[in-house]
Design a protein. Sequence first.
Length: 359
Amino acid sequence: MPMILDFYKRLIDDANDIVWAVDIEGRFIYLNNKVSEWGYNKDELIGKPLLSILNARQIENSPEKGIEIGMNGLNEVEVVDRDGNIRKTSLSTSPLKDDNGSIIGTIGIVRDMAEDKKLQERIADTERLASLGQLSLGIAHEIRNPLSSIKMNLQILNRLIPFVGDTKEHFDLALKEVFHLEGILEDLLSYAKPLKLKLKQMDINLLLDDTLLMVRSDIKDKEIVINRYYDNELPKTLLDEDKMKQAFLNIYLNSIQAMSKGGTLCIRTYRERELQSNSTDMDGIEKRVVVEVSDTGCGIDKEKLKFIFDPFFTTKPYGTGLGLSIVKNIFDYLNAVIEVNSQSGKGTDFIIKFPVTNI
């Protein structure tokens, strides 16, 4: 019996939502570990009123005047975390009863609605981009054959007719634009086609260095300083070598193109750590492998930052706007997460987190 009770206690203690119980006077008698992620020490909250973590202004303006103790309910409630930030939450309540069935308090389950909203946005983005990908694939196939015919005939004309002067300049420009269109089509096909991954355990530090060699001439031309801070104790990660090089090449090129001469490109790897409840800053569970690529370039405006992974969005005068869309697509297939922090005029930081799979 004690083992069963301990098992159920651990289920609630480690739940992904905040679970609490209050007595008939509305004072905390139990909180699970999740509350520590909101900055609170659960032991310090025991005995304090539930209202101490709710947004008092919302309670005052609510027609229900708060939460009824001992009643079933489902409400949208604003919870204030330890830093004073207000979080919109969904609160489900039910009566807490003793062995005789008498109501002695309330059980509450709090879910952060921001997390649900992010999930809904990701699902909507995935569906929207999948539809766009199918449309792009159809357009690319329709254009590719006539474009190949135009290129072939231009190349034949170039061999047969000795163009000179302005005529040659116009002809070369036409041929250059055909090659440019071919590049756009290749990006479209690369973005729209389902990826076929060839996964193997890889040293991510070595992969980053190998990809860096592909841009060494660009780095030399711009006199860019490279700083590398690698964790040499990282575990090997399950990756597709070619797709990873394609993704990091795109990120490197974005950073290089954003910098003027003498900029700095910083590449860092480390193991993410998750703090356990009641732990010190030095303790924790090792989680994902993280790669950070930072530059000292022009940065991205806050208004534009949320669009950078959208297909065809570009701030460059000569680009397809598909580079970072392809990057995100590759990382999505690998169950990796990519985040971007940027400040206009100061630089951009790409953060990629890879799951660690033991096989």
